[in-house]
Design a protein around this ligand. Structure first.
Ligand code: MG
Length: 378
C-alpha cells in the first residue's frame, strides 16, 4: 500500500486524486489531507478515507473536527502547516495548494527526500532553483500531475536530456483564442474555459495564457532545458497533451483522453500505469490535429513570462506575485481584464533583479511585490 498525502484535498486536483484512490483502494491509502476553508467537504473526506493527519486553516474549524474525530492528528494555522508539511509518513504527496501558499510546505516535503507530485505551478515559478537543488541534494523525486508536463515526462522516458531539440508545450488557447481581447471582458466570460474544468485562479490564468507562461517556466526547471527550446503550440482540442521533438527530427506526442485523473494516476503509481474507467480515445473519431502559434502581441501575459525568464529568477517571483494579486482583483471586479498584463508589466519594470537564495528571501520579496501591487492604482 502506498501512503498518500494530499495538500489541497478539496480543490479540483485534490478531488480528482481522491477519485483515483477511490477506484484503487487496494493500492493506496490516505494518510494526510490538507484543506483550506471548506470544512464540509473535508469532513466528508475524513469520514470516507480515514486519514491520520488533517489540516484546516481556522482554529474553530479544527475544533469542529476534533469534536467528531478524537485521536486524529489535527493541525491548523501557520504553525500547523509548518508541522504537517514536515511529517514524513507518506510515500507520495500531491502538492496542490493554490498559489504561493504552496511553496514552503512543498519545500518542506521535498526535504524529506520522498516523492512529491506537483500540481501547484507557483512552487517552480517562484522557487524553481532552490526546489530543484534541494530535491537533488535530498534525493527527492519530483513528479508532476500537470497534464502537459506529465506528457513531456512520458515522452522523455528512456531518453537523454541532450537528445532534446525542443519541447512542444500544448495549450488549449482558452476562451479568447478566436476572439478579440478587450477591456470589457467580464469575469463570467473569462471563467468559461472551453476544454478544462478547473479552479477559478487557474481558469483566469488559462484565459490570459499566463498559465502557459508558468508552464514554460515549470518545464524549464523540471526538464532542465533552455527556455528558447520550449515552444508553445496551440491545439484547441486538448487531445495532444504535449510533445518532444528530438535531434533526429522525431516527434514524440502524448495523445489521450482529456482527464486530469490520468496524469494524477500516473504520478501516484509511477512508473507504472493504472487502468481506469475513463472512455478511451477513439483515434478514428479524431478528424484532424490542428496546431497553431499563439499571438504574443495579443496574449501579453505569455510574452511577459518569456521576458521574465530572460531577466532572471526574481523577475519570475514578480510575475507570479503581481499576477496573483491582479487575478484576485479581477475576480472581485475591482480591475479590468486588460489591467492584468498592464499591472504585471508595471511591477516587472519597477523591481530590479535581486538575488534570492533562501525560501525566506523568496517569500519576503513575494510579499513586498504583493504589497506594492495591492496599493497600485490601475
Ligand atoms: Mg496544464
Amino acid at each position: 500500500m502506498k501512503k498518500i498525502a494530499i495538500f489541497g484535498s478539496t480543490g479540483s486536483v485534490g478531488e480528482n486524486t481522491l477519485n483515483v484512490i477511490r477506484e484503487n483502494l487496494d493500492k493506496f491509502e490516505i494518510v494526510t489531507l490538507v484543506a483550506g476553508r471548506n470544512i464540509e467537504k473535508l469532513l466528508k473526506q475524513i469520514e470516507e478515507f480515514k486519514p491520520k493527519n488533517v489540516y484546516i486553516i481556522d482554529k474553530e474549524n479544527a475544533e469542529k473536527i476534533r469534536q467528531k474525530y478524537d485521536g486524529l492528528n489535527i493541525f491548523y494555522g501557520k504553525q500547523g502547516m509548518e508541522e504537517i508539511s514536515k511529517l514524513t509518513d507518506f510515500d507520495v504527496s500531491i502538492s496542490a495548494l493554490v498559489g504561493i501558499a504552496g511553496l514552503r510546505p512543498t519545500y518542506n516535503m521535498i526535504k524529506s527526500g520522498k516523492t512529491v507530485a506537483l500540481a501547484n505551478k507557483e512552487v517552480l515559478v517562484a522557487g524553481g532553483e532552490l526546489i530543484m537543488k534541494t530535491a537533488r541534494e535530498k534525493g527527492a523525486k519530483l513528479l508532476t500531475v500537470d497534464s502537459e508536463h506529465s506528457a513531456i515526462m512520458q515522452c522523455l522516458n528512456g531518453e537523454e536530456n541532450n537528445e532534446i531539440d525542443k519541447i512542444l508545450l500544448t495549450a488549449s488557447g482558452g476562451p479568447f483564442f478566436d476572439k478579440e481581447i478587450t477591456e470589457n471582458i467580464t469575469v463570467e466570460e473569462a471563467l468559461n474555459h472551453p476544454t478544462w474544468s478547473m479552479g477559478k485562479k487557474i481558469t483566469i490564468d488559462s484565459s490570459t495564457m499566463m498559465n502557459k507562461g508558468f508552464e514554460v517556466i515549470e518545464a524549464k526547471w523540471l526538464f532542465d532545458v533552455n527556455p528558447d527550446k520550449i515552444e508553445v503550440v496551440v491545439h484547441r482540442k486538448s487531445l495532444v497533451h504535449s510533445m518532444v521533438q528530438f535531434k533526429d527530427g522525431t516527434i514524440m506526442a502524448n495523445i489521450g483522453p482529456k482527464s486530469m485523473q490520468i496524469p494524477i494516476a500516473y504520478a501516484l503509481n509511477y512508473p507504472n500505469r493504472l487502468p481506469n474507467k475513463i472512455e478511451k480515445l477513439n483515434l478514428f473519431d479524431v478528424v484532424d490535429l490542428k496546431f497553431e502559434k499563439p499571438d504574443l502581441n495579443k496574449f501579453k501575459c505569455l510574452a511577459l513570462a518569456y521576458k521574465a525568464i530572460k531577466k532572471g529568477h526574481s523577475c519570475q517571483v514578480v510575475l507570479n506575485a503581481a499576477n496573483e494579486v491582479l487575478v484576485e482583483k479581477f475576480l472581485n471586479k475591482e480591475i479590468k481584464y486588460t489591467d492584468i498584463p498592464k499591472g504585471i508589466e508595471k511591477m516587472m519594470s519597477y523591481f530590479d533583479i535581486r538575488e534570492l537564495k533562501t525560501i525566506d528571501e523568496i517569500l519576503e520579496f513575494d510579499e513586498e511585490v504583493r504589497e506594492k501591487m495591492r496599493k497600485e492604482e490601475m
